[in-house]
Design a protein around this ligand. Structure first.
Ligand code: HEM
Length: 71
């Protein structure tokens, strides 16, 4: 299993966790006295998604540079 594949899987599953937490925040905000820490929950998967997403963004440029294709 390549690092590229692993990082894509981490990004994919973190996006599911992020979406679930986001829905939880939406539900929690509808309650009369929402628990404050619930609003911070989506930040946890987002901190995972930022470096993995930036890696996925940079990957094609690294691969192009390695193959010697300058276009
Ligand atoms: C935090 C900043 C983020 C960055 C920099 C980022 C960047 C990227 C990049 C560059 C790709 C690859 C696109 C491609 O291969 O054409 C990608 C894929 C993807 N991103 Fe993000 N992303 C971020 C956050 C998110 C969020 C918040 C979600 C959804 C809640 C999300 C969901 C996905 C999904 C589902 C894929 C496809 C993964 C796969 O191929 O299996 N990303 N992202």
């Amino acid at each position: 299993m390549s690092l590229h594949y692993l990082i894509r899987q981490v990004h994919r599953w973190a996006s599911i966790v992020f979406t679930v937490f986001f829905i939880l925040v939406f539900i929690a905000s509808m309650r009369p006295q929402p628990v404050e820490w619930v609003f911070y929950l989506p930040l946890a998967p987002l901190f995972v998604m930022l470096p993995t997403g930036l890696y996925l963004f940079a990957l094609p440029y690294f691969q192009r540079a390695r193959s010697g294709n300058k276009s």
